[in-house]
Design a protein around this ligand. Structure first.
Ligand SMILES: C[S@@+](CC[C@H](N)C(=O)[O-])C[C@H]1O[C@@H](n2cnc3c(N)ncnc32)[C@H](O)[C@@H]1O
Length: 279
């Protein structure tokens, strides 16, 4: 291996000064708080990016990010540093509550809209879609819509593609598979695609929760799960109070089970762990 190759293949050292620069940039842009101790994660993920782009130092890479007026390099940086971990029917208590309590109360409406505010690679909005189809049958195709947003363009691209390895569906009831999925053949063997009539009720949009967002309507349910953990308390308070503006009276608000609204001022009533209600 030549010296030049060695330089490119082992990531340069991430100095404390550069880490703080990246930390500030990511905090200011996405509200994500890369606390002390995240240096290893940052250098592993950005080191790879540096190699791909052929940069020799983090400063050189950061210069590229901050001088790119299209904003694409910044989006790519956020994409690399966000963790999109998710799964179908993750935290099933939420889907059980939706089925048992929320949907029966919405029975008479001819339009039901839900906002999934950290949709990642699509498993959560499609799980919501399956639950809506289970409740309303084929009518869900015309009566229901899920607005699914995320900051990560890479995650949203996967979500829109709606194709997942078969193993990802282990948490989904077996009888749902033929109802909501198309099994891949040939080159797509081992994959399922969400049926177009199911995927169609999900509308994906890129949305940064720390910006002054306006989804353009009010919802009977907003699911904002497993994203609060990235934000500090003042940012969480801002987001939660802004979301409250887009909930109808009596509407529900879901957060992840490892999250809570303790310690922030908000207008919600506690219903049960990770479930709140707007009075
Ligand atoms: C761990 S995933 C949660 C996925 C899903 N809600 C669940 O519970 O399985 C967190 C998601 O939050 C997104 N995210 C992080 N910061 C964000 C921001 N400022 N605005 C919108 N989405 C953000 C990430 O891109 C990621 O897809």
């Amino acid at each position: 291996m030549s010296n030049a190759q060695a330089v490119l293949e082992s990531p340069p050292e991430l100095s404390p000064v550069v880490f703080q620069k990246i930390r500030k940039l990511v905090y200011d842009t996405a509200g994500i708080d890369l606390r002390e101790g995240k240096e290893t994660l940052v250098s592993a993920r950005l080191g790879k990016k540096l190699r791909q782009l052929g940069h020799r130092s983090y400063d050189e890479y950061l210069h590229r990010v901050t001088s790119d007026t299209t904003g694409e390099s910044l989006i790519a940086l956020i994409d690399v540093l966000t963790t999109n971990f998710t799964s179908f029917l993750r935290e099933p208590q939420h889907f059980e509550f939706l089925k048992a309590k929320i949907l029966p109360a919405l029975e008479k409406r001819n339009r039901i809209e839900i906002w999934c505010a950290a949709a990642a690679t699509g498993e959560e909005p499609y799980s919501l879609a399956f639950t809506l189809f289970e409740h309303f049958g084929a009518e869900a195709a015309t009566r229901c819509r899920i607005l699914a947003t995320d900051i990560s363009t890479a995650a949203l691209a996967k979500a829109r593609a709606a194709v997942y390895p078969v193993q990802r569906f282990e948490s989904v009831p077996r009888e749902w598979l033929p109802k909501y999925l198309l099994r891949g053949h040939g080159a797509s063997e081992g994959f399922y695609k969400i049926k177009p009539e199911v995927a169609r009720i999900v509308e994906y949009r890129r949305l940064n929760l720390i910006e002054a967002f306006d989804p353009g309507t009010v919802f009977p349910l907003i699911s904002c799960r497993n994203v609060m953990i990235y934000f500090d308390k003042p940012t969480q308070a801002k987001i939660v109070n802004r979301m409250a503006m887009f909930l109808e009276p009596g509407a529900h608000f879901f957060v992840g089970h490892s999250e809570s609204l303790n310690g922030i001022e908000h207008p919600f009533q506690f219903v049960k762990p990770a479930i709140y209600r707007k009075p």
